[in-house]
Design a protein around this ligand. Sequence first.
Ligand SMILES: [Fe+2]
Length: 454
Amino acid sequence: MKALYICDEKEEWNHIRNLFASHFPKVELICVTDGSDAIEYLSYEGPFGLILVEAAMKSDDPSELTRKVISLAGERPIIFVGAQAFITDRIDEEFYIKSDTNDLLIRPIEIESFKDTVKKAIGWAEEEEFEKSIEEIDREELLPMKLRNFYLFESLPYDVYLELTQTKFIKIISANKRYSHSDINAYAKKNVKVLYLQKNEYLKFLEDGIEKLLMIFDGQVKLSTKKIIANQIRSVLIIHQYVQTVGVSQNLIKLCDRVIAVTREVTLEHKKFKNILPFFPKAHADLAEQAVMTLYLSETILTALGWASETSRKKLGLASLLYDSMLTNDDLSKIRSLEDPQLQMFTVSEQEEFKNHPLKAAEMAQYFQGYPDTDFIIAQQHERPKGDGFPSKLTNNKLTAHSCAFILSNNFVTRLVTDNKNQGALLNIFREIKSVYNQGNFKDPLSALQRSIV
Ligand SMILES: [Fe+2]
């Protein structure tokens, strides 16, 4: 088990370390100097069974910090260490008087009370751990859910499992118990891509996710650009999983409407794609993020062209949300043509999936009422001006202006996430794209794209 000690006096570290080493040698103690280090460790090095907070710390307000720690790591024992005066002055009573899990360790520390306090905390953490039992489950009864979707909630009304072997699963989230986003982060770091839900609860999860996102978009609180984009990315994750496994529902269409509508507000505020790009998260650049980038680039291209009518925006908007929705392996989105040598690195069924994904996604788009012609645009996402694209090998004069704008924006984004997202890269990518697409119906959207990135 790991414990975290937050204290800006390094001399105290040794004292606490020695106490743990003599009485709880199995606990791995990590010491950090301030709140931002603590948050970093909690996010990436967790899970921590217990946390010790020094009441006399100068770097942070210990009560504020405790609030942040709980919201990040979820409920777990916190031990406040310090002289009685510091505890009284600086630690809000709610954290220890009303709490069953938290405790105090008054300086000078008496060995016996140290042992009792830590033992109680470890007991609590172990009991939680005990919940994580290994179970033999027929995998036919479970369905995989992308890990990132679990950032949407803090607790769920059903159990969630992690795959250990073909038949063995470990329950890592118990129904109706708070789970921490830092634990989800820790799984992501271990390269876990999906968690498993019982089949009958899978649809419920997706529908709850849609409801939650609708509430966020329709809420009274005005969201910052960064939060809007984060929620758009979360929405696309859910939209993709929903169309892949369930299909299309009224609420799903509603969510797509909201995600597209809010794009307009952000675009009007920041104008150019290059001004919107810095609001995207740095780490992932997965399919969902690429979709939202494509959404914004399409919207800025339409605006620059003076074509931003409701219908045009809805067409390219839905195309952005759905174009790669039928790809189950994110890495396939980086492939741009059937001739790409990288395509051979995928399994035969994945290669097949890549070949068919434009038409499969186009078929899905037909179920969305109020989005005319979006299916054509999606079907044409990988066509190229000289007719060497796929699946229909259409040439430039067979592609509508809307398709051309979409192809450009999607191509640009795919290159952007494979290269670096810096300002220099934008112009280089533009030049690359111009050398291929500067003809026919591509010409006008191409110059609009240029205006959006310089
Ligand atoms: Fe694609």
